[in-house]
Design a protein around this ligand. Structure first.
Ligand SMILES: *Cc1c(COP(=O)(O)O)cnc(C)c1O
Length: 449
């Protein structure tokens, strides 16, 4: 089989896989998982034929995938892959560009530059911000927090990039008590120490209580969230950010999925004032429905990000806006390309429709489950529905039955010390009939339980 036939064969299998997404079991059977032992083979002395490798991957691997690229998956704000984004990714893989600098790929540089302009436009963030296309909101958040620390310390005359943290003034880090675990991870990796981070009290929706915020000063790093992971709620940016900025703090916003509410006039009010922050992170691979892994760091002061992320060397120097000088990666693929393709094909109204539709679907599920006797724990302001059964045992039983049914999947969580489950609407493939099926399934299981 030559290269062209092999790629056609892989593409045929990929197309078959996607075409079967609706009918596929959402979580694989035990048999399909057991069959994965076929991958337990010694590294071959002599390699196998390429087509056989692709066949093994598909025949054994595909049945044991989770159908998150289908319409019936409601876990974690995972999102599916828009066809145009998946197709752009395919072509970009054929290009195999090292998209670090304009020299490495004039095409990738130009497309990512356009993607960054459009991102700032669709999310209505300061147009002169730097946009870095990284692997995840975790990695992008880490970059922003590093930039924040360097900037805060620089204002006190401390050059952390060159002199490090030995003897540096202490940065006071404040997060909502409900902050996402990956913010904790980023802070830990940066050496802030989780025990030293101030967890600001939150209300029953997971939002920071402005009146209980600790005192902030010019050495404070305040992290807020757009889209709390259980409730989908937003911190009160309009009241908190101006206060923090007046004190001289750096404000970072974790908006992995919630920041996309800005693209929908109907939901935009939730994000009021968020544009006043210093840096933001959001994902492409969640709500924008681009393939993994693509996320964005947005930094109001491009120099602040470039200072900590610069990786110019004698053999590789580039402009401050080269992606290698904004992201954690040095060699990298152009993660902005599928994001560009998604934005170009959706347009502003397409993004708005996606976000608005998921909110409406989530709201509909919330109402239906409430009427069916479930306890809906949140207001469903966004795309998250947080639910409980009549008691903890019922909640856990319902969750297990749905997950084992193969017809739908969503995850469990703990909300205010008790089990709950979390239904996320974030796949462009989810139509009203899939929502109906989910409601039917839950009502039947709930009634039995
Ligand atoms: C998913 C998520 C993250 C982390 O994003 P990754 O892209 O998975 O690293 C951070 N914050 C929130 C609120 C999230 O939902």
């Amino acid at each position: 089989m030559n290269e062209d036939q092999l790629l056609q064969e892989a593409d045929r299998r990929a197309r078959d896989y996607v075409a079967g997404a609706d009918a596929r079991r959402v979580f694989p059977t035990e048999q399909a998982i057991a069959a994965l032992s076929a991958f337990d083979e010694p590294l071959p002395e002599q390699g196998f034929p390429a087509a056989e490798t692709i066949a093994l991957m598909d025949n054994i691997g595909s049945p044991a995938t989770v159908a998150s690229n289908g319409p019936n998956y409601f876990g974690f704000v995972i999102g599916a892959s828009l066809p145009v984004a998946a197709a752009a990714e395919r072509l970009a893989i054929a290009w195999d560009q090292c998209a670090s600098t304009e020299d490495g790929s004039p095409a990738a540089y130009a497309i990512e530059r356009q993607a960054s302009r459009w991102l700032l436009d669709v999310l209505d963030l300061p147009r002169s911000s730097a946009v870095a296309f990284g692997t995840s909101a975790t990695a992008c958040g880490l970059s922003c927090l590093a930039a924040a620390r360097a900037d805060l310390l620089a204002r006190q005359g401390w050059d952390v990039v060159n002199d490090g943290l030995y003897g540096a003034p202490e940065v006071k880090v404040v997060v909502p008590a409900s902050t996402h675990v990956t913010v904790r991870k980023a802070l830990q990796v940066l050496g802030f120490g989780w025990n030293r981070v101030i967890k600001a009290p939150v209300d029953d929706k997971g939002r920071i209580l402005p009146e209980l915020l600790p005192e902030m000063d010019a050495n404070t790093l305040l992290i807020l969230q757009a889209g709390e992971v259980n409730t989908g709620e937003f911190d009160d940016f309009a009241s908190v950010i101006p206060r923090a900025k007046a004190a001289g703090a750096w404000v970072h916003v974790d908006g992995a999925f919630g920041l996309w509410a800005r693209a929908a006039p109907q939901l935009r009010h939730l994000t009021l004032g968020v544009e006043g922050a210093d840096s933001w992170t959001t994902d492409g691979h969640k709500w924008l429905n681009t393939p993994y892994d693509g996320a964005m760091a947005v930094c109001r002061d491009p120099q602040a990000l470039a200072r900590v992320m610069n990786s110019d060397a004698a053999y590789s120097s580039a402009s401050a806006d080269a992606q290698k000088n904004l992201t954690l990666e040095f060699s990298r693929r152009a993660r902005g390309i599928p994001i560009w393709a998604a934005l170009r094909s959706l347009g502003k109204t397409g993004v708005e429709d996606l976000v608005t539709r998921h909110h409406a679907q989530a709201a509909r599920i919330g109402v239906a489950l409430g009427e069916a006797g479930f306890e809906v724990l949140n207001r469903v302001v966004l795309n998250q529905v947080l639910v409980r059964g009549t008691d903890d045992a019922a909640t856990l039983a319902i969750l297990a039955q749905v997950q084992n049914s193969g017809r739908s999947w969503f995850g469990g969580t703990v909300w205010q010390d008790r089990p709950a489950f979390r239904i996320s609407l974030s796949s462009f493939r989810t139509e009203e009939r899939h929502v109906d099926q989910l409601i039917d399934l839950l009502v039947r299981i709930g009634a039995r339980g």
